[in-house]
Design a protein around this ligand. Structure first.
Ligand SMILES: Cc1cc2nc3c(=O)[nH]c(=O)nc-3n(C[C@H](O)[C@H](O)[C@H](O)COP(=O)(O)O)c2cc1C
Length: 200
């Protein structure tokens, strides 16, 4: 009898990490970790905006954000989120659904350290999503604070943290000019990942 041929299934996290690495090396963008984060809004509407994935720590995809932002409030109410990536240079789309949970202090510090000075200063002077009575006052606060801290190490403010997303479903799509796109879906089961191909 012919030996049974066992074909290892790829672990989707590794496929994601590999595709992200290829994208980062090909792309001229400064925001290669950018993706659309969709949350369930408090009014039941989906709510979507870009965030930047700053760290991969198996099995998590990690981004930073103020803990009192709208997205954070929505995640506290429903931990089910989606992340959507489109990388034109490699003609690839990745869709992820998963469960988000708040970062611990140490990881939040690490992610904050990776932010550039301007972003760090904004985290200090701006309450993301709150009403803004005067653009000029905010601009002036930014200017003053930036000059004051430009050569200093900025500590992460307490309200700035972030989330780690543990995927339960991945879809990898190789976009083809013919529109005969190649789609693979990975679904997390108790004993591993189930993989299937789906039609374009
Ligand atoms: C490319 C790109 C990357 C972004 N990355 C982040 C991020 O990592 N964290 C964040 O809080 N906001 C990020 N933003 C801003 C968000 O899209 C959004 O405006 C902000 O977080 C407020 O969203 P919310 O009111 O739904 O909480 C990014 C925007 C863009 C265009």
């Amino acid at each position: 009898m012919k030996d049974l041929e066992v074909q290892e299934q790829p672990v989707p996290f590794m496929v994601f990490a590999h595709w992200l690495h290829e994208h980062t090396s090909k792309s001229r963008s400064n925001y290669t970790g950018a993706c659309v984060l969709s949350t369930v809004g408090m009014d039941g509407y989906p709510n979507a905006r870009n965030v930047s994935i700053k760290l991969l720590e198996y099995p998590y995809l990690i981004f930073g954000t103020p803990i009192n932002s709208l997205k954070s409030i929505e995640i506290k109410a429903s931990k089910k989120v989606a992340l959507t990536f489109w990388w034109e240079e490699s003609m690839r789309q990745i869709r992820i659904q998963g469960i988000a949970s708040e970062l611990d202090e140490e990881t939040a510090d690490f992610v904050f350290e990776k932010r550039n000075k301007g972003s760090q200063v904004v985290s200090l002077i701006s309450e993301q999503g709150a009403n803004l009575p005067s653009w000029e006052i905010l601009q002036e606060r930014y200017r003053v604070m930036f000059n004051e801290l430009k050569d200093e190490r900025i500590e992460r403010p307490e309200h700035w943290k972030g989330f780690k997303v543990e995927p339960i479903r991945y879809e990898f799509m190789e976009f083809r000019k013919t529109r005969l796109h190649y789609r693979r879906v990975f679904h997390k089961k108790k004993d591993g990942w189930e993989m299937k191909m789906i039609q374009p």
